[in-house]
Design a protein around this ligand. Structure first.
Ligand code: HEC
Length: 145
């Protein structure tokens, strides 16, 4: 029930976001406009939204094949009207701020990975978690209240 409520809240937020259109251009402006509402200006995520934080976590996620495909299928990337080049830029902005700047995406990689079907993104994230755990790495958990 809690998850259903969350899902509808996310849909409303994403619809509002889509309607707002895409006028900002710099990666930082795009982050503030399209991502910070859920992820926060400091990338810490939110307990209410059940959104995992970026610090000490996103760098590990983008270090694996599965993880790089996963981040191209999260809600905020699937449902916005940015081009693949703008998505690459905003993702690289996140990496620069919260992962020491490694493992940048190109627009071509974004296009290629967005075309890979992943099905249920929550289940897919679990695969990323398990893969990293096998190498002894723990990433951010969902901060459910
Ligand atoms: C409506 C809320 C919302 C917005 C807006 C949003 N996200 Fe997210 N994001 C989420 C949720 C929820 C998850 C967790 C996905 C899951 O269930 O695996 C997530 C996960 C992520 C992750 C993976 C983090 C992790 O530890 O799993 C990345 C990277 C990400 N989002 C990037 C973005 C970017 C880039 C934008 C802006 C273009 C954005 N998000 C906008 C809700 C949002």
């Amino acid at each position: 029930m809690k998850r259903n409520l969350l899902a509808s809240t996310l849909l409303v937020a994403l619809a509002a976001q889509a309607q707002a259109g895409n006028t900002a251009s710099s990666p930082r402006a795009n982050y503030l406009l399209h991502c910070s509402g859920c992820h926060g200006q400091e990338g810490l995520g939110t307990v209410e939204g059940g959104i995992p934080g970026f610090p000490d976590s996103i760098e590990h996620i983008v270090g694996t094949e599965t993880g790089r495909t996963y981040v191209m299928h999260v809600p905020g990337v699937v449902a916005n009207n940015m081009t693949d080049a703008q998505i690459a830029d905003v993702m690289n902005y996140i990496l620069d701020r919260w992962s020491g700047g490694g493992a940048h995406f190109t627009a071509e990689e974004v296009t290629r990975r967005r075309a890979i079907p992943v099905g249920d993104v929550v289940a897919y994230r679990r695969e990323v978690v398990e893969e990293l755990r096998r190498s002894g790495i723990e990433i951010a958990t969902y901060p459910w209240p």
